[in-house]
Design a protein around this ligand. Structure first.
Ligand code: IMP
Ligand code: MG
Length: 331
């Protein structure tokens, strides 16, 4: 068994969907597995010139690859069927490719009601926190016990261990800065967003080949805490970067990338391939700055940024490749 992982290194919205989509188009993957989160995620994908936003459904469906909602996920059946329908209407054969691990947990309407009253964290109000709480309280509802999901249910052990040549692409949701353990608690999501979480789906650590760590060249965050500093430049980044939540439409707060926390994320996730997206945005904004050890680093131009960042991360033993992208469709 071979597995690659795609995960977010910041606070979600790093354009992981784009990377997953691109990797699916080229790889020999037999399965794409979402390993955490629920429909709080909003993965924007441009497929054959058309824009899609997926919440539950892994990007494997765009390329005819078996796509599993893994045991670390929580699933809202209503949203799940809505998404299947939308994809099918757009000509993507989602219903035959998607399956749900029987031990994934279900987001119920009472979870959504409860989450809709949140004011403290600034959640997406999709019921995630309450669903995970009930899972760990051992009072939750599993997908296998939900009649409407019956035809989609699989046993992940049977699926992955009864055939040879299994190659998995793990699709992460949210990001390291929102991770329940390593993020800025309590301003976090309720699931694990690290490469370790991919393994929780039931694959051995030895299977991991590459870890694609995805970042933006600047940072964004959506939620209740104050994240964006004062200054017109951050409003410019927000505007030019079209930084609105794909799930909730909320404005994303913007800041310069903190290289210290990014380095921590790279190390703790064992990132092999590091991607910086949205270079085109800072190019248009015309400012290149980064936070590093309480200093603000200021660069003159894009080439200087690329060589400095590449050398900064070349000290991380796991990193083999650093990519910079300024394109919505691909790296
Ligand atoms: P929850 O995951 O809906 O409980 O929200 C907890 C925090 O994570 C809030 O700050 C959300 O805005 C944030 N969050 C959850 N999912 C995403 C995502 O996919 N992208 C960006 N932020 C997210
Ligand atoms: Mg998103």
């Amino acid at each position: 068994m071979i597995a690659d992982v795609v995960l977010g290194l910041q606070h979600g919205d790093e354009a992981k969907g784009k990377i997953t989509h691109q990797l699916c188009s080229k790889g020999n993957y037999t399965h794409v597995i979402r390993f955490n989160g629920g429909c709080n995620a909003g993965h924007t994908i441009y497929h054959e010139g058309k824009k899609f936003v997926t919440h539950h459904i892994p990007a494997g469906v765009f390329y005819g690859i078996e796509s599993i909602i893994g045991p670390g996920c929580v699933i809202d059946p209503e949203q799940f069927f809505k998404e299947i329908e939308e994809l099918e209407e757009a000509g993507i054969a989602a219903s035959t490719l998607v399956s749900i691990a029987k031990n994934a947990h279900v987001i119920t309407s009472s979870h959504k009601d409860e989450d809709s009253k949140d004011t403290k964290i600034g959640t997406t109000k999709r019921g995630n926190g309450p669903a995970y709480r009930d899972k760990y309280n051992r009072s939750g509802v599993r997908a296998e016990d939900t009649p409407c999901l019956k035809e989609y249910i699989i046993d992940i052990y049977e699926e992955l261990y009864s055939k040879d040549g299994v190659e998995i692409l793990f699709e992460g949701a949210q990001g390291f800065g929102l991770d329940i353990d390593h993020g800025d608690y309590p301003y976090v999501t309720s699931s694990h967003c690290t490469s370790a979480a991919a393994l929780l789906s039931g694959v051995p650590p030895q299977a991991i080949r590459k870890v694609w760590g995805v970042a933006k060249i600047y940072e964004t965050y959506v939620g209740a805490k104050t994240f964006q500093p004062k200054g017109d430049v951050f409003n410019a980044i927000q505007l030019i970067g079209e930084e609105f939540g794909a799930t909730t439409g909320r404005k994303r707060q913007c800041n310069w990338t903190n290289l210290d926390t990014l380095l921590k994320a790279v190390r703790m996730n064992g990132v092999t391939d590091l991607v910086f997206n949205k270079m085109d945005v800072l190019r248009e904004v015309g400012e290149w700055k980064f936070k590093n050890k309480d200093k603000l680093l200021n660069f003159q131009d894009e080439n200087q940024v690329k060589s400095w960042i590449t050398s900064f991360f070349s000290n991380s033993p796991t990193v083999s490749n650093v990519y910079f992208s300024g394109n919505k469709d691909r790296i």
